[in-house]
Design a protein around this ligand. Sequence first.
Ligand SMILES: [Zn+2]
Length: 404
Amino acid sequence: MKRGKTGNNKFLKRLNRMTILNVIREYGAISKIELSKITGLSPTAVGSITSELQEEGYIHETGKGESKGGRPPKLLELKPGSYYSVGVDFDVDYMNLALVDITGQVIDQKSHKVPKWDSVENVAEKLELMIAQIINKHSINRQKLLGIGISIPGLVDLNKSEIIMAPNLGWKNINLKSYLIQLKDVPLYIENEAMASAIYENWIGSCRGIENFVCINIKSGIGAGIFINGKPYRGVSGTAGEIGHMVVDENGPRCGCGNFGCLETLASAAYIEQRARKMARQGVSIKLSSYKDIDSISIDDVAEAARNGDEASIDILRESGRYLGMAIANTINMLNPKRIVLGKEFTKYADIVLDTVKAVVERKALRSPAAVVEIIASEIGDKASTIGAALIPIKELMEGHSCT
Ligand SMILES: [Zn+2]
C-alpha cells in the first residue's frame, strides 16, 4: 500500500510511540537518555513522545536514576492504574474474566458458570453484564479501557476478529463483536486459548526472555500455543498448534475430527473424567465408587483420590501422561523448543503425572533436543489464558498484536 507523506509520518509516529512504550515496559523504569540509546531515536524525538505519553497518562516519572556526575536523570515507567484491559476465557461451562492494568498487574478476577452449548446471544449478554460489573466495581472510565481480549478454545481469524470454529462450544463462523451492543466502541481481540496462554507466559510468566517455547493446554480438548524466534507461530491458515489431533494410537477411540486415537481422545481432562466415572460405576475404584453423584466426578476428585492412594485414579492419570509424553516427544523432535509449559487442568494433577510425562519424553525424544528442553507445569494454574487474553489489547498498544 502506498502511503502519502502525511500518512507515512503518522505511521512512523505511531511506530515510535509503540517502541518507546514497549521499551519502558521491558525495562521497568528507564531514563530518556537510555531510551534514546536503545531505540535509536533522537533525544528530541524521545522528549516529545514521552511528554505526549505523560500527558495522556500512559507513563509517569518515578524516583531518580543513578547519577554519573551532575543531576541524576528522572526515570519513566508505565503508570499503574492509568489504563485497563479485560481478558475473557471461554470454555464449555464457564467464562473467566480478568481485569489488568497497563503494567500487566491483575486488579480483579471473576468466574461465571454458563450452561453448556448456550447460544451466542445469551453468552454475549452475560459477557457485557460481567464486564460492566467489573468496570463499575473499580470505577473505571470507559475511555480508559484499551480493549477486551477473548480466549477461545478453537480456530480464530485474527484479521477479522472472528471465531471460525469452537467445536466444544458449538460455535462456528461467529462474529462475537456484532453481538455486543454496550461494548461496540471498545476494541475486541479474539485469540486461540493456547496462544493466549503462550502470550501470558511470554510477557509476564515463565517464558520471559525465552524465544522458542510451546504452551500445551489440557482441558476439554488439547491445544498448543507455539512461539518461534520470539513470535507466535500460527502457520499458513492459522491452525498451527492443533496437538490434540496428533494421532497417538491408531486403534484408539474416535475423535470429534473424524480420526481415531487423537491425543485429546486419550489425554484430555474431559476424557479422564469420563473414564473415572466409568470406573466408579464398575466399582473398579472404591474411592470414586463411593461418590454420591458419579456423573459429577471432576478432575479435582480424580486427583484427590489419586493423592489418597486410589490405584485406579493413579492409573487413569498416569496413562494420560504417557500419551501426552508421546505427543510432547514428537513436538520436541519437530520444534526443538527451550521450554514446554503444561497448563489449564493439567496443573490440578501435575504432581501425579509430570514425572510420567518426562520419563516418556526421555525414552521417545531424540537425545539432543531432549537435553535442552525443560518441561514444567504452568505456575498460575488455569488462569494463564484469561490473563493472556487481557494482555492482548496492551500488546496491541505496544507491539501491534494483530501484526504478529
Ligand atoms: Zn482429532
